[in-house]
Design a protein around this ligand. Structure first.
Ligand SMILES: Cc1cc2nc3c(=O)[nH]c(=O)nc-3n(C[C@H](O)[C@H](O)[C@H](O)COP(=O)(O)OP(=O)(O)OC[C@H]3O[C@@H](n4cnc5c(N)ncnc54)[C@H](O)[C@@H]3O)c2cc1C
Length: 465
């Protein structure tokens, strides 16, 4: 990181201090470093970090930023995987840790209202205490915030049965770049009044407005949850088993895949109790009424065995389940045992193309001169492909080459999409034109210009400069 001139004048800093109070703004280097990175390991220093407590304070902060053309990057937990919360152009980082109240959990209206700094896992646990369920469940839910997850439209492990964040957000409070506070959506079960601005803002990655309050719908907590873990000596057998489960009409709440190199990486990280010959693992969770989950659990075991599974294991209680899922949940940190860097992609294809994509990827693994690791929300067709690389330019270039090849294949031949859940950030912005035609891309930029004419909100993200 090189030393750059601050984008915040001393007069603007004083104004910001006046808005939040001196204890809630900092330009100390040790604080700025803490806000300079996200899950991609990219780094860029902000000029200051400000911790507002209300939408009104954010409105006033944005008026100062707008007037001084100061870049503003919103940051939740910084767990994003596409550079979203990295302040590429310096300026201000907004931290929401003081806006962390669960305002309401309403059992009659089946909804909750939360502030953006609420940690997802905490919110899910509070809803569950009341017999209610908030399904979006990125593997990072123990740290990720509600604001970050809405801004990314996070998916996660339960997407197959329950969908993703945009399927649950029904209303938002947003502060626009000029400081205006707007409200979208309604608390009602249904609403089609006007354009659906809520959907536009979910997944907008901090580029269109700052989310200051979120209303989500909740559903009843399923009574029973059972799990199956199936071990395969062949990757394609595992893929086939997953597809057969779906084709039979079973809708698991989670259907997850990991390949042999992913298992090997986790072996180096935690103790893994699977045979050495295991080349793929399929994890399934089924939920619903007790009788149904028992039947579905048995049937999934049969399907996996028919498809060639060397072994199936089941769990009913939470502790057994945790143990079964530990391997899957350890993948992300374990990957860094293989190489210090990764380009991790989350392409998504229609389910009918999953088998073909996995076979095509087998050939990519053979051809690649860098390690390639696959794990997947396979039931959704959301395949995570990780190209690992060291610090050399040669390996980095190979990871970039393979990424481009993957995107072109997925979009041009498999009717797929660039990103199923991680978003665009700056990591994928240059690939957007592969999927989005010029007219549609222009329209998206016009929406951005309308809501943020000076381009102060998260500059450098979503669109390639
Ligand atoms: C180990 C690991 C596992 C993961 N698993 C999954 C997964 O299964 N599924 C999945 O979808 N993602 C996954 N992710 C990615 C990431 O955790 C999610 O996108 C998460 O929702 C980001 O939340 P955050 O609070 O960390 O947001 P941040 O990373 O801080 O920010 C993400 C984006 O949201 C914007 N933002 C944050 N708060 C606001 C706000 N209040 N208003 C406007 N914009 C805002 C930021 O500017 C940025 O563009 C994973 C990440 C890790 C590290």
């Amino acid at each position: 990181m090189t030393k750059k001139k601050s984008k915040i004048s001393s007069a603007a800093y004083k104004q910001l201090e006046g808005i939040v109070g001196p204890d809630h703004i900092t330009d100390a280097i040790e604080d700025r470093i803490c806000y300079s990175y996200d899950g991609t390991k990219q780094k860029a220093l902000p000029d200051a970090v400000v911790k507002p407590a209300t939408a009104q304070e954010i409105s006033e902060i944005l008026k100062v930023a707008d007037a001084g053309e100061i870049p503003v990057t919103a940051r939740g937990a910084g767990s994003g995987l596409t550079g979203g919360s990295v302040p590429l152009h310096g300026g201000l980082v907004l931290d929401f840790q003081r806006m962390n109240r669960i305002v309401e959990i309403n059992k009659v209206d089946m909804l909750a209202v939360v502030e953006p700094g609420v940690v997802m896992g905490h919110f899910q646990a509070e809803a569950e205490k009341q017999g209610l369920f908030y399904p979006p469940d990125p593997a990072s839910a123990d740290v990720a915030t509600m604001g970050g997850s809405v801004a990314e439209c996070a998916g996660g492990l339960r997407g197959l049965k329950y969908g993703v964040t945009k399927d649950y957000v029904i209303a938002l409070e947003i502060v626009l770049a000029n400081g205006d506070i707007i409200h979208t959506g309604a608390r009602t079960y249904k609403s089609v009044t006007g354009y659906d601005m809520t959907k536009l803002l979910v997944g907008s990655e901090g580029t269109l407005g700052i989310i200051t309050q979120i209303t989500v719908r909740l559903i009843p907590l399923p009574a029973s949850l059972r799990s199956v873990v199936a071990l395969f000596d062949d990757t394609n057998q595992a893929t086939d088993a997953a597809m057969r489960i779906c084709e039979e009409g079973i809708v698991p709440r989670a259907l997850e895949f990991m390949d042999g190199p992913a298992i090997a990486a986790v072996r180096d990280y935690i103790q893994v109790d699977v045979p050495a010959a295991t080349e793929a693992i399929l994890f399934s969770d089924v939920d619903g009424a007790d009788i149904t989950t028992e039947q579905e659990q048995n049937r999934i075991c049969e399907i996996c065995t028919d498809a060639g599974a060397a072994e199936t294991r089941t769990a009913a209680g939470p502790q057994e389940r945790e143990k079964l899922w530990e391997i899957r949940k350890s993948i992300s940190p374990a990957l860094y045992k293989i190489a210090p860097n990764k380009l991790n992609h989350d392409v998504c294809v229609p389910r009918s193309k999953v088998r073909a994509l996995m076979r095509w990827l087998d050939a990519v693994v053979e051809e690649a001169t860098v390690p390639v690791i696959r794990f997947a929300h396979i039931g959704d067709g959301n395949i995570h492909v990780n190209f690992m690389f060291d610090h050399s330019d040669k390996q980095k270039a190979e990871a970039e080459r393979l990424s481009k090849k993957l995107f072109k294949k997925v979009i041009n031949d498999f009717q797929g999409t660039l990103t199923g859940e991680h978003g665009v950030g700056n990591r994928k912005s240059k690939y957007l034109p592969i999927e989005i035609p010029p007219r549609e891309l222009k329209l998206m930029k016009e929406i951005k210009d309308l809501l943020d004419p000076k381009g102060i909100l998260n500059p450098g993200k979503m669109f390639w400069p």
